[in-house]
Design a protein around this ligand. Structure first.
Ligand SMILES: [Fe+2]
Ligand SMILES: [Fe+2]
Length: 503
């Protein structure tokens, strides 16, 4: 074998649209490699498969560096099965990992986790981008819970805030690979993934590095997607498409990206899919709401529909575009970031009236919530960005903040957000401490008594501490539709034993 080739690095996993049978292994190398491929087999033994990897690259508009990434996709896997794999190039030692496929239907319980706004554990370049030790600690805290997968709710590494975006992404993946090479980390696009100059909407770096389920729109492959795990449908959205806030702007990129003026690039990308994402979302949610295979619909996105953080604020654009669809098709749970703290709502459906479209709470029980009554929203933005202590000076207690528009601006000047305060009867709990955190979700697809549940636990740690402890827990539970009387004799999950829950 030849030696001296670039080694595989930044190895990470993604599920395909069907987590029970499809996975993609992705990695990067410091230069183009020969014969990139993946070898895999069940951990328990059996035949060894091998698939070639596709190379995808881009040249960063700020630094001129070319990035090489590789993606190997496998399907026809067995459900709920552990596989081992080797990432291979000619001339380099392999990188190894394992993964477990998702359960089929309602055949088994599983756990997933979620975190947003992580950043990186140590400064890169001039140190302009956010970083904190907790961005590293949270990876081990998540991994210690052995989730089937993790949802990364946008603002992954803040690549648009730094003089060294390529090194920042490398730091991000180097940090998470000790978890993400053993379980998928499924991302959503955040405003800090918008690196003006890298692709038409700034997302080329993110899109090059991930291999995500298809959405039927080649022009926007990877921007939004959905996948199914057991009886849970996970939908990942690109909120900058509908948000009013001009949050993708970077003065550093404005001042330092060569050709920024001449390119005509504009970081304000609201409406960039021309309604394509909204039509896709309508189709996906409509199908899920009619499916006997889906009990839970979980949306992963970045900016929030409700917020009392007094940091960015909730975005009226989300209320206008997404919440009517979440109501119409019974979305159960929304996981977001953008606000660098933890907050959760009561189930909400409809509005309290008025131009702010303030969501109407349905229920007041903080410990157990029935999502057939409405959608529960979680903000989980304490992944590691060092600004984790939202200011509380601008508005009074019990108030939320809504972004209702932006002032005039242009590609050179960030459009200032117009903020309006609102009462926040939808807020069930907000962590006002300067803490970092993430959340874990334990899914029980079928319970004695004809219900299904997700138990949510929010773990948090003090700044500088690696000791993540449970801080808040609650249960989402709803009845299973058409449960035959007397069928349930235990709380074990049985394939095909239940039908879709009511919405
Ligand atoms: Fe953020
Ligand atoms: Fe953000």
């Amino acid at each position: 074998m030849l030696t001296g080739g670039p080694s595989p690095e930044q190895v990470h996993l993604q599920f395909g649209a069907d987590a029970a049978s499809q996975i993609a292994v992705s990695w990067a190398a410091q230069a183009a490699v020969a014969r990139p491929r993946l070898r895999f087999s069940q951990v328990s033994g059996g035949p060894v498969g091998e698939v070639n990897a596709a190379e995808r690259g881009y040249t960063d508009a700020l630094t001129g560096e070319t990035v090489y990434t590789y993606h190997a996709k496998i399907d026809s896997l067995e459900p709920d099965t552990c596989y081992g794999y080797e990432v291979l190039h000619d001339g380099a030692p392999p990188a190894c990992g394992t993964f477990r496929t998702g359960p089929r239907g309602r055949s088994g319980r599983f756990r997933f986790t979620s975190v947003g706004d992580q950043s990186i554990p140590a400064p890169v370049g001039l140190g302009l981008g956010p970083n904190s030790p907790n961005a590293g600690f949270v990876v081990d805290a998540i991994d210690a819970l052995d989730p089937l997968f993790n949802l990364a709710n946008g603002d992954l590494c803040y690549g648009n805030s730094t003089d060294q975006p390529v090194a920042t992404w490398r730091s991000y993946f180097a940090n998470i690979t000790r978890s993400a090479s053993f379980r998928p980390w499924m991302p959503a696009l955040g405003n800090h993934e918008n690196e003006t100059g890298n692709g038409p909407h700034g997302f080329l770096s993110y899109l090059t590095r991930f291999e995500l389920p298809g959405n039927g729109a080649p022009e926007f492959a990877g921007n939004w997607y959905a996948f199914t795990v057991g009886s849970v449908l996970i939908v990942s959205l690109s909120n900058d498409d509908v948000c009013l806030q001009d949050a993708g702007f970077s003065s550093y990129r404005r001042d330092h990206v060569p050709g920024y003026d001449a390119s005509g690039a504009d970081p304000y990308i609201r409406g960039y899919s021309r309604g394509l994402q909204e039509r896709w979302l309508t189709r996906v949610l409509s199908a899920a709401s009619r499916s006997d295979e889906i009990d839970w619909i979980v949306v992963c996105m970045h900016q929030v529909a409700m917020s009392s953080a007094h940091f960015n604020g909730a975005d009226l654009g989300i209320r206008q575009h997404w919440l009517p669809l979440f109501d119409a098709y019974g979305v159960d749970l929304v996981l977001a970031g953008h606000e660098h703290h933890f907050e959760r709502t009561f189930p909400v459906r409809g509005t309290l009236g008025g131009e702010l479209l303030t969501p109407a709470p349905r229920g007041s029980d903080r410990a157990e919530m029935d999502t057939s009554q409405g959608t529960v929203h979680l903000t989980i933005g304490g992944g590691g960005h060092p600004y984790n202590s939202p200011g509380r000076r601008l508005h009074g207690p019990g108030e939320g903040v809504v972004i209702t528009g932006v002032a005039d601006g242009d590609p050179h000047h960030q459009r200032r957000a117009v903020l309006v305060a609102e009462p926040a009867p939808w807020s069930a709990y907000a962590d006002e401490r300067p803490a970092f955190g993430f959340a874990a979700f334990d899914v029980v697809p079928a319970e004695r008594g004809g219900t299904t549940s997700i138990t949510v636990t929010y773990y948090s740690a003090a700044p500088g501490s690696a000791d993540y402890m449970p801080h808040d827990t609650f249960v989402l539970r709803k009845r299973v539709r058409d449960e035959p009387a007397g069928q349930w004799t235990d709380d074990l999950c049985r394939p095909g034993a239940v039908r879709r829950t009511g919405r």
